[in-house]
Design a protein around this ligand. Structure first.
Ligand SMILES: Cc1cc2nc3c(=O)[nH]c(=O)nc-3n(C[C@H](O)[C@H](O)[C@H](O)COP(=O)(O)O)c2cc1C
Length: 310
């Protein structure tokens, strides 16, 4: 009999308990034996093959009982795969893209102390639920009835069950995030090289691609103008690639802009088809470039989208 996966949670008004149960069901559906327990019920984690730990957020922090659990079992948790999730209202309440970016930043900040202690292989950050009558502490119940009365926060259940039960949680693991960053940095460096190469070299020799010119110039003035336009396009391509590099510094924040950049390169690839000459289009160099601009850009569009899913 294989050892089970532990889903340990801390919850005050019940909504995080519901999330923990859903995470447990999703793991069970993947064929894993699972135990879902409140952190206070767990004395020993060594009997579990992996541990998922989650907490509600209160005043920008994980609940103290969840932090105690992590501190108490830190050495044993370090010996096995761990994942962490948090449940907070900030992610649920954000309705505009700007608020969403801000909320994701806050949630990222709530997760940081856990990353420092636990180095979780996977993270989930979920919108929570607020029901004033479910808050057990009288002073918080009073405070939140005022907050809701003043319409600062709303009573609502923002738990997205589809996102909660998706394998990998609401986003991607840190390993995958770094892999994506690595791919994008390589792409940005190559793009800057190509852009500078074309921009500096001009049409005739295409920069550093070889010592031989591709063209014979018959009308120098006209050529000079077209060459200048070509250099401009090379500069635009280099700048777009620099932007892709900048985007890797904060994938959540730049997600939509990065996807726009990939869409632009995809459209650029399609523009090759306007040559309408099968001999040119079937040249191995063009086929490789076209696959890169359409298939690879399409894949990156989807991959970057996964970096901050709802
Ligand atoms: C006293 C109190 C403080 C809270 N502080 C925060 C907070 O700082 N940031 C946040 O996003 N949500 C905050 N919330 C919202 C909770 O994280 C959210 O309601 C969560 O779903 C509660 O989980 P539980 O039902 O498992 O206790 C707070 C809620 C309460 C009652």
């Amino acid at each position: 009999m294989t050892s089970p996966v532990l889903v340990a949670y801390a919850s005050r008004a019940g909504s995080t308990a519901g999330v923990a149960e859903a995470v447990g069901r999703s793991l069970t559906a993947h064929g894993l034996p699972v135990e879902v327990r409140h952190v206070s019920e767990v004395q020993d984690v060594t009997q579990y093959r992996a541990v998922v730990v989650g907490s509600a957020i209160r005043i920008d922090r994980w609940l103290p009982e969840a932090m105690d659990f992590i501190q108490r079992h830190r050495a044993d948790l370090a010996q096995r795969p761990t994942a962490a999730f948090l449940v907070c209202m900030a992610l649920g309440l954000a309705s505009t893209p700007q608020q969403r970016v801000q909320a994701e930043k806050s949630a990222d900040g709530y997760m940081q102390p856990i990353r420092d202690l636990l180095h979780p292989a996977s993270e989930g950050m979920f919108g929570g639920a607020l029901k004033v009558s479910a808050i057990k502490e009288p002073h918080w119940r009073l405070a939140f009835s005022v907050i809701v009365g003043l319409r600062v926060w709303r009573e609502a259940d923002y738990r997205n069950w589809e996102a909660i039960q998706r394998p990998g949680g609401a986003g991607m693991s840190r390993v995958e995030m770094w892999a994506l960053r690595g791919v994008l940095i390589a792409l940005a460096l190559y793009g800057v090289f190509l852009g500078l190469d074309f921009g500096w070299g001009g049409i005739a020799g295409l920069g550093w691609q070889g010592a031989t010119d591709f063209l014979t110039i018959t009308e120098a003035a006209r050529y000079g103008v077209q060459d200048s336009h070509f250099r401009f396009l090379g500069g635009v391509f280099a700048a777009l690639s620099v932007f892709i590099g900048v985007g890797t510094t904060d994938l959540r924040r730049y997600r939509d802009s990065l996807r726009l950049a990939f869409a632009l390169i995809f459209i650029g690839g399609l523009a090759r088809l306007t040559v309408g000459d099968a001999t040119v289009l079937s040249h191995p160099d063009v086929v490789v470039a076209l696959v890169f601009e359409t298939v690879v850009m399409g894949a990156l569009y989807v991959w970057v989208g996964r970096s901050a899913r709802d």
